[in-house]
Design a protein around this ligand. Structure first.
Ligand code: SF4
Length: 460
């Protein structure tokens, strides 16, 4: 495999070929052109959906452009989050320091947009020149009377995972100040859902039917006021591999609020997540288990016949997926099994040893498991495995397009709601449309193969 660098070989594993001991959770190999995003990007994607906050990127304009409104996080109210502000640091600021510019930017922007809070993101250059962002934020917070929170997300200081932690630390400073007097004992916070294409509204509707109050969305369709009082909830529900897990742990330590890991993707994981919540509250609300069972039954009755119809076409087709956090991959492997499809490659940017061990358990023998991949490696395996559809995000899309392979956007840019039972149906329809498109018989890869098959048939 000439495309796999020697130093990368211990980050790739074939399912079923001995005990898995994949090297992961470490810095990307220099020169390997990793698919990973930087620390700043990690914190930006977590905090971005807080819709009534000001998001100011302290750094050169390129960092802000990189994350400007590329996410599909919807808001039911204010849309300040969709504006990305930058201090646009120049050469003179790098030499003499950018604190004055930061202060002036905050002064102007807070007056102009009246946000409920402001997040100030440190980028690489700010870490290098050593601006005291904390002191500027403190001063502006006192002057303007709103929380102004530094996000210590200098791009170079680790992987995207460090960015999640920086975002959690910033949000943690918001929590605790809000009024919790009207919070029900049967209440949750939704962590790690970013309301892509309105997904959090689907999940909130399930909880409403179950009789569970949602105190705060962290962070999809998020509001500063809700986050400030989210310490009143009885339970934190943490979706996604790591984006908000640190925040849940901090809240468990300080406020004694337990958390559950959940996933709203796919049939089993969606139902399991609802049942976990019902089980947690069954002593406080004895009818909750029955209501949850009725909800799941009703949803499945509508969904399963549709899936069975699409499965007939999709049976045996091959899938590759590359995701940010591997927790999502667990749900997707199960979802594809419902469609009769075979997952032949699964990788993630930030998976841990435990995550990969679980992937090894749930995937078929021969599946490639890969940590922190690059475009060459992904292309190599997609061709080798003759994949029908590739599931990924904005950075994986061009790989699929260039190889002539179907693509499903399952990242933060998606415009189709894929969570919940309703989202599973959307997902199946999207995969079905992509895989069954007649266009694939004309792309060179498939056309050549069809030609070869015809020639062989004639020779026989
Ligand atoms: S923070 Fe650093 S790595 Fe991230 S986009 Fe800015 S310059 Fe690039």
């Amino acid at each position: 495999m000439s495309t796999i660098l020697e130093e990368r070989k211990d980050q790739i594993h074939l399912s079923g070929q001995g005990a898995i001991d994949i090297a992961c959770n470490r810095e990307s190999l220099a020169g390997a052109v990793s698919q990973r995003a930087c620390v700043f990007c990690g914190s930006r994607v977590v905090l971005y959906p807080i819709a009534d906050a000001l998001h100011l990127v302290h750094g050169p304009i390129g960092c802000a452009v990189y994350t400007w409104d590329i996410r599909g996080a919807l808001s039911s109210g204010p849309e300040l989050h969709r504006l990305s502000f930058s201090t646009d640091l120049q050469e003179t600021d790098v030499i003499f320091g950018g604190e004055k510019k930061l202060e002036a930017a905050l002064d102007e922007l807070i007056d102009r947009h009246s946000p409920k809070a402001a997040f100030v993101y440190s980028t690489c250059i700010v870490g290098i020149i050593g601006d005291d962002v904390e002191a500027v934020c403190r001063k502006m917070s006192e002057k303007k009377g709103i929380p102004v929170l530094p996000v210590q997300s200098e791009g170079f200081k680790g992987s995207k995972r460090e960015g999640y932690l920086a975002a959690c630390k910033a949000m943690f400073r918001l929590i605790g100040g809000g009024d919790t007097s009207d919070v029900s004992p049967v209440s949750v916070n939704i962590f790690g859902d970013f309301n892509l294409a309105g997904e959090i509204w689907i999940v909130r509707e399930y909880f409403r039917k179950m009789g569970v109050q949602v105190v705060a969305n962290v962070t999809g369709d998020g509001r500063v006021r809700d986050i400030a009082r989210c310490h009143g909830a009885a339970l934190n529900l943490v979706q996604c591999s790591g984006a908000t897990l640190d925040l849940a742990r901090m809240m468990e330590d300080k406020y004694d609020i337990p958390y559950e890991r959940v996933s709203y993707l796919g049939i089993e994981d969606m139902a399991d997540s609802l049942y976990k919540v019902a089980d947690f509250f069954k002593d406080r609300d004895p009818g909750i288990v029955e209501r949850t069972q009725a909800l799941v039954r009703e949803e499945l009755e509508a969904l399963m016949p549709e899936l069975a119809r699409m499965r007939r076409d999709l049976e045996g087709r091959k899938v590759a997926m590359y995701v940010g956090g591997s927790f999502k991959a667990f749900s997707l492997v199960k979802a594809f099994r419902h469609l009769g499809m075979q997952v032949v490659l699964v990788g993630s940017q930030t998976g841990t040893k435990e995550d990969y061990a679980e992937l090894e358990q749930i995937t078929d023998p021969g599946t490639v498991i890969i940590d922190d991949a690059n475009p060459l490696e992904l292309s190599h395996f997609i061709k080798e495995k003759d994949v029908d559809v590739f599931v990924g995000g904005v950075k994986e899309r061009p790989i699929a397009f260039k190889l002539g392979v179907g693509f499903c956007d399952h990242n933060h840019e998606r415009k189709e709601a894929l969570e919940g039972f309703e989202g599973m149906l959307n997902f199946a329809r999207e995969i079905h449309r992509s895989v069954m498109s007649p266009v694939w018989q004309f792309v060179p890869r498939r056309a050549n193969r069809a030609g070869r098959n015809r020639k062989e048939a004639v020779n026989e």
